[in-house]
Design a protein around this ligand. Structure first.
Ligand SMILES: [Zn+2]
Length: 215
């Protein structure tokens, strides 16, 4: 689903692009609870403007993205507001999208699906040609920074049905990738990527998100 409203699935190991109008919300549900979702955003009018984790960390003075935060573009303009979150609130802004070179480091001899390629595929499906992959917002990726700056990776702290809601602060193309990582336990101890689901909600009052609502 690449239209302006509706529901959809991000199939395990794949990416999808969705278009949001300013003021619309997208609710992303971690249907099975342990799936990391790499997330990017680009200006619909000018896709060279993109969601920037480095500018967001700078503006918010935090390495974490949490409900209540505004997420900024590389021109330091608000792109998304992180409206709500039923999960324990662990969302990484530091680590790169997985890519073929990482899977080679992990011993893969064949092509392995990866978030960087999922981004390219998803953008191509909506007519945007983009080769390089900005740093993603890694929703549900449980990365913590130790007192000496150590980057520590843990399985997601989320549970089935946890959901986040983001509001578009400008017209956007948002890309979600259901991370294909099945070698390390970043997508949970079973190392099994799963589908996640999304719902686009029209502009209006901030939607109330309660644990256990049906999709
Ligand atoms: Zn990945």
């Amino acid at each position: 689903m690449n239209g302006a409203a509706g529901n959809g699935v991000i199939p395990a190991r794949h990416g999808r692009a969705v278009r949001l109008k300013q003021g619309q919300f997208v609710e992303l549900t971690n249907t099975f609870g342990q799936q990391v979702v790499d997330t990017w955003a680009f200006g619909a009018a000018d896709p060279t403007e993109r969601l920037s984790m480095e500018d967001t960390r700078s503006k918010n003075s935090s390495v974490y993205a949490r409900a209540g935060d505004v997420l900024y573009s590389d021109r330091r303009r608000p792109m998304l507001t992180f409206v709500s979150d039923t999960s324990p609130g662990r969302h990484d802004t530091l680590l790169c999208a997985c890519n073929q070179a990482i899977y080679v480091e992990l011993g893969c001899e064949q092509y392995h699906r990866n978030c960087r390629e999922n981004l390219r595929e998803a953008l191509a499906a909506v007519g945007i040609d983009r080769r390089e992959a900005p740093s993603p917002l890694n929703l549900f990726m449980n990365v913590q920074v130790g007192p000496e700056g150590q980057v520590q990776r843990f399985p997601p702290a989320s549970k089935p049905g946890d959901r986040v809601v983001l509001r578009a602060e400008m017209d956007l193309v948002v890309v979600f990738s259901s991370c294909p990582q099945d070698i390390t336990p970043i997508n949970g101890a079973l190392c099994t990527p799963t589908d996640v689901h999304y719902r686009i909600i029209d502009a209006g009052p901030i939607p109330v998100v309660a644990q256990g609502e049906p999709l």
